[in-house]
Ligand binder design. Structure first.
Ligand code: FES
Length: 319
């Protein structure tokens, strides 16, 4: 079952941020407030074709009246991003409540934000929040070219933290790596690093930053599900905190077995990316296959749509 807290919104502004990225500013149809939200959040959006996708929020988080999402038109779009590129001012959409996979650490001496491509969107909201807090931070943004980058004019001239923005547009890979090393060299074990972009890009940021700040201080937001080898999968038992037990066959997911048995689970992406189905792990050892649960929380949470068990039994508390 797919479920979300639904809010009807109207598009009040459409901005062409690049050749392939449009931002949409949304207000509630009933006139009520939409914000503020926690920096780094994303929302479910049901577009005109009924396709549900997640998009990061990228307006200043303290704004109360509206939310802004940035939508990249994906070449392989099956109706999600392509349809949202057709909406105009006045169109109605349905959105869910903001959810966070990334959020700003409270106790850092310095924050480094590293965005690749459309990964700029969640980091933009975090930069607004860090600026509001008066925190020490830098935002590095890597894109293949100026034409393909989003929000360049905004980042160069209209954000109040433009002096903290470093653009790497069309910069050769070796030069980029040098800039990343220089940025990491300014960090300490009390610093936090946040990255969002293609998987290989985030892996490189993690590899560069983890030796300095520690793996637990590198925060990653993935938009794409990780590839998984399922050839050695085996069956296991799931016990819910209600006492019900289910056998999960080697070729089924926990989610599919629970749904078949009319157990209600919140879902959206079903690829381990969005965090909707993440539930409490009370006992047992999980085989984590998601891209959304931070390393520090993996002992106590599990994504039911993709993750499996290393132990014979898992005890799960549904959210
Ligand atoms: S439904 Fe998105 S992570 Fe499970």
């Amino acid at each position: 079952m797919t479920a979300m807290t639904e809010t009807r919104v109207r598009v009040v502004e459409v901005v062409r941020e690049s050749d392939v990225v449009r931002s949409l500013r949304l207000i509630r149809e009933d006139g009520g407030p939409l914000g503020p939200y926690r920096a780094g959040a994303h929302i479910d959006v049901v577009g005109p074709t009924g396709v549900l996708r997640q998009y990061s929020l990228c307006n200043p988080p303290e704004e109360a009246d509206s939310l802004t999402i940035a939508v990249k038109r994906e070449a392989s779009s099956r109706g999600g991003s392509a349809a949202l590129h057709e909406v105009a001012v006045g169109s109605s959409l349905t959105i869910g409540a903001p959810r966070n996979l990334l959020s700003v650490a409270d106790d850092a001496d310095r924050h480094l934000l590293v965005a690749g491509g459309i990964g700029i969107t969640p980091l933009l909201s975090m930069a607004y929040e860090l600026h509001r807090r008066g925190a020490d931070f830098a935002l590095h943004y890597v894109a293949r070219s100026r034409a393909e980058a989003a929000f360049v004019e905004l980042l160069e001239h209209r954000v109040p933290f433009a002096a903290r923005v470093h653009l790497h547009l069309g910069t050769p890979r070796a030069e980029r790596a040098g800039a990343l090393s220089a940025a990491v060299a300014e960090l300490s074990a009390s610093s936090h690093v946040y990255t969002c972009g293609p998987q290989g890009f985030m892996d490189a940021v993690r590899a560069a930053a983890a030796p300095v700040v520690g793996a637990g201080h590198v925060h990653v937001e993935a938009f794409v599900a990780a590839a998984v080898d399922s050839s050695a999968d085996r069956s296991f038992t799931v016990e819910l905190d209600t006492g019900e037990e289910f056998e999960i066959p080697a070729d089924r997911t926990i989610l599919s077995v629970l749904e078949e048995n009319d157990v209600e689970v919140f879902t959206s992406c079903t690829e381990g990316v969005c965090g909707s189905c993440v539930s409490g792990l009370l006992a047992g050892e999980a085989d984590h296959r998601d891209s959304c649960i931070p390393a520090s929380e993996r002992g106590e949470r599990i994504a039911l749509c993709v993750s499996r068990a290393r132990s014979d039994r898992l005890v799960i508390e549904l959210s």
